[in-house]
Design a protein around this ligand. Sequence first.
Ligand code: NAP
Length: 454
Amino acid sequence: MTMRSINPATGETLSIFDTWDEVHLSGVLQSCAEIRPQWSATPIQERCDLMRNAARVLRQRRDELATTITREMGKRIADARAEVGKCADVCEYYAEMGPDFLADELIESDASRSLVAYQPMGVVLAVMPWNFPLWQVFRFAAPSLVAGNVGLLKHASNVPQCALAIEDVFREAGFPENVFRSLMIPASMVAGVIGDNRVHAVTLTGSEPAGVSVASQAGKSLKKSVLELGGSDAFIVLEDADLEHTIKQAVSSRFLNTGQSCIAAKRFIVVEKVAEEFVERFRNAVAELKPGDPMDENTRLAPMARHDLRDELHKQVLTSLQAGAVAVIGCAPESHPGAYYQASILDHVKPGISAYDEELFGPVAIVIRAKDEADAIQIANSSRFGLGGSVWTQDSERGERVARQLECGCAFVNGMVKSDPRLPFGGVKASGYGRELSRHGIREFVNAKTIWIR
Ligand code: NAP
């Protein structure tokens, strides 16, 4: 079996890698198991120093890594550079804050001394997606390695060069061999890795079906799991929103990364009073998003990451149009070669239409009209997903009141949903469970161990 790295802007095959067989995989798992006691016993300050080195390597190699990302999954080069910078930030954040987050907590009890010690779980497998091929991995790896775990990466099959580049960054930073390994395996071999006695926990960022499969396997082997799954974030526009600002942010929030972000605004829920004006101005702004070469600094709309994903998105759009949604702009693949899809808006989307019920993972915004604030909240919460959401109003107290009523992992007022190393990130409902980033993220893969002494 092979994995292909294909440039989605041109269809060109960049490289082909052989996937590992069971024997090769088992050898690597054994090496990781052997380094584990030494790594977990390494003083946390030394682990943090290595993580600072990783940040330095990322910054030094920023342009080269960004080019690999852009050529392999198609995002705009400026966005790829920003992604590498954010990876360096998260490494520095955990290098700085890790010792505090994992410090012993003294607790008064009937003992003469009792405390909670945070100890690494062991070898943790991360199954990761292609959409932010470095960021998704570093936001797992930085806290996990600082905590003393060994990291295994099963990256998405369309980004093998990114997978190998990440392993190389840790090697260059001076991490001992096998503290972080990229497994060149297909999805069909993941269940075996989760079930292996040398592996202690698993985290997956990806689609719902992949989440169900990984969580079932983790359950069968009684291993801890964290799931970061899909989203269909609501972007609620109330009648008192500053439309100028709101529309600029609406465009970024939906079309960043060609719409392939779990926390992209996917459902624009607009109260009727301002819906016509919002749709017209949103359409005019979206019309500016012309496709181009992602390596060109001036390109506004990059290709999607794969042709099959583009075709799948178009099917969802066609089904939605047949069911009564109205095309405002776009709604077709670009004539350009490469996996391009037009920046699109579907209006009058209602329950029962696939665009209402499913996640659209590409450059298609949907507009749902709401009677008023209460109706908008009810529509927002009617989704099976619960990753993020945002509210747009000039009354920040009203915004906070609405934000508190949204069923999701994070709710923003007058700002687009984003991840930040300092703030917990994760979902509820079909968007998954567990948290990444912040103090919460580093505590997912540690044993909160009680020590009681008389
Ligand atoms: P995907 O198809 O689920 O793939 C994600 C990863 O899971 C890949 O490494 C994939 O390997 C692997 N995988 C797929 N099926 C599997 C299975 N049955 N067992 C074990 N592993 C399996 O998702 P995607 O299309 O790459 O990414 C898009 C999805 O991820 C969207 O739903 C998006 O919302 C979600 N996402 C969520 C977050 C978050 O933080 N919540 C962040 C980014 C993306 P192969 O590539 O080899 O198939």
